[in-house]
Design a protein around this ligand. Sequence first.
Ligand code: NAD
Length: 317
Amino acid sequence: MKAENTGKTNSKKVSIIGAGAVGSSIAYSIMLKNIATEVVIIDINKDLCDAEALDIRHGISEMGATKVVSGDYSDVKDSDLIIITAGRNRKPDETRLDLAKDNIKIAQSIAEKIKEFYTKGIVLVVSNPVDVITNYMIKWLDLPEGKVFGSGCHLDSSRFTNILSDFLNIPPQNINSMVIGEHGESQVHLWSKVTVNNLPLIQYCKNLDINFSEEQKELIEKRVTGLGAEIIKGKGKTNYGIATCVSHIAQAVLNDKEITASVTVEIDEECEIDSVSMSIPCKISSKGAEKVLLENLTPDECSKLQASALAIKNFLN
Ligand code: NAD
């Protein structure tokens, strides 16, 4: 029996560069969502790559019929989506920006390979520090605006929603929240834009007589920002959360199922910030990422976003 096909999967090809914990979890997640016809995994560690592809491919086909194979850079040709996850991971107590030096070198060699075989498609950067690598990748690949973007704070936004869900004791599906700026220590939690059951958070809390103190907000922000490090301390990596976030983006790109998410794109004049790539709300579709106007941020959110831009810029010079 063939797997039920929930989306328009007419010959959709995805290339994933990096078969580590993140790359292979993304391949697995895309396969389970049944949103691509073929996923090719590429890694300098060919044995690992072959083994991951075989392992993912040999699941029950009713659960997902995507053909997952191991390949090489020539497979980038004709890909609708190219996902970059190669690079080393953070060690405990290391920030994402500490990774910059090693992973920029790896990313540059990958950009050269992509340029050699690129014919079409969207390029999504996941390797950390994702904002810094995306800054460079946009310049190196020189594709039309929005075709190269980074997963940015989509994961942090999902973490923010989940922590708020625990705090308010209501399902995360009823909460809309967003984190912008750096996918890292200086990220900005947009409290002014949080909605619960489609009501502004402030209104929801007032209706139910919930008191949200500044101290509680600070604790929540700290927890959200520190979750990556907390998970790495326990298991040495993070992979499942990012994999679902990336397959959410992949579905929007491959099936033209538009979503709005906080992802890394080049900023021009938002909040008087220019020439840096960082995470802001964007519409994502088969065309790539298109910026959504950042309206009505509070002065505090704006100044935090400027500080976040500066934190990223410091790693670009
Ligand atoms: P990992 O060490 O398990 O895997 C990295 C893989 O990259 C390895 O298999 C390695 O062989 C491969 N690689 C290295 N150089 C390569 C090259 N030139 N070409 C092809 N493959 C190459 O690491 P991981 O846990 O999978 O993490 C991968 C990256 O994703 C890290 O930079 C990590 O920080 C990042 N990450 C990002 C997010 C996010 O939200 N953006 C979340 C989690 C992890």
